[in-house]
Design a protein around this ligand. Structure first.
Ligand code: BTN
Length: 238
């Protein structure tokens, strides 16, 4: 991985997007110590003080737009695997959160460029909370967020980067055939879905329990009115 290291940036995803537009090759990455405009999923802000890990990796998978949900699952599985090296029980929450003790330890923002069915590139933006920031976090995050330090695992950003690189490299082509089936099964084995959630896609909300992933990586939700497949949105604790 060709890692470009920075101190303070607006957003590693934004910087890498600019590099991708200028023709950066696959496996280019941006690592920053701090972000001033860290982006979360669904337009949220990702609180990004120094001491945590902020990494974006450029991927150019040979897939179509319909298959894109697979990439999000694959990257979250790779992050989960890298963090698990330190013997800690972590779970995955659809679409791509890594949880410890039911709270978010790492979040992933997948962005990219597509045209019609074609995927030009994908940017996997990975934020991992390393330091215990409970005294510093904004109030609304304290109940929902945790960190490696709180989970009792200690990583420096550089040590974790080495593991992440190995793990993402190991998983990044697992979007087809037997490797995809294996990745999907492994993701399901670590998923936290033995409970009801409110599914919210911005336009509708409904209560349901996640039960499976389809072969394309869509989530299958058991709702009162039957099973439904969802591709975007999020699950909110009831
Ligand atoms: C989420 O909402 O769970 C996704 C958070 C993703 C945060 C990471 S930090 C590195 C990269 N740069 C960003 O601006 N966002 C992602």
């Amino acid at each position: 991985m060709n890692v470009h290291r920075f101190g303070t940036v607006s957003s590693t995803n934004e910087l890498l997007r600019e590099m991708a537009e200028e023709g950066a090759p696959e496996w280019t990455a941006v690592l920053a110590e701090e972000q001033t405009e860290g982006r979360g999923r669904r337009g949220r802000v990702w609180y990004s003080p120094p001491g945590n890990l902020y990494l974006s990796v450029l991927l150019k998978p040979d897939i179509s737009v319909v298959e894109l949900p697979r990439m999000s699952l694959i990257v979250s599985l790779a992050v989960h695997c890298a963090l698990r090296q330190r013997d800690v029980s972590l779970r995955l929450k659809w679409p791509n959160d890594v949880l410890w003790d039911g709270r978010k330890l790492a979040g992933i923002l997948m962005e990219g460029k597509t045209k019609g069915e074609t995927v030009h590139y994908v940017i996997a933006g990975i934020g991992i909370n390393l330091r215990d920031l409970r005294g510093e976090y904004p109030e609304e995050l304290i109940a929902k967020a945790t960190s490696c330090e709180e989970a009792g695992i200690h990583w420096s950003p550089e040590e974790l980067l080495v593991n992440l690189e190995r793990s993402i490299d190991h998983h990044r082509l697992s979007y087809r055939g037997a490797a995809w089936k294996e990745a999907r099964d492994e993701w399901c084995a670590h998923a936290l879905w033995d409970r009801d959630y409110i599914y919210d896609d911005g336009t509708r909300q409904m209560r349901g329990r996640p039960v499976d992933l389809t072969s394309d990586g869509y989530l299958v939700l058991q709702t009162e009115s039957g099973r439904m497949m969802v591709q975007t949105g999020e699950l909110v604790e009831v």
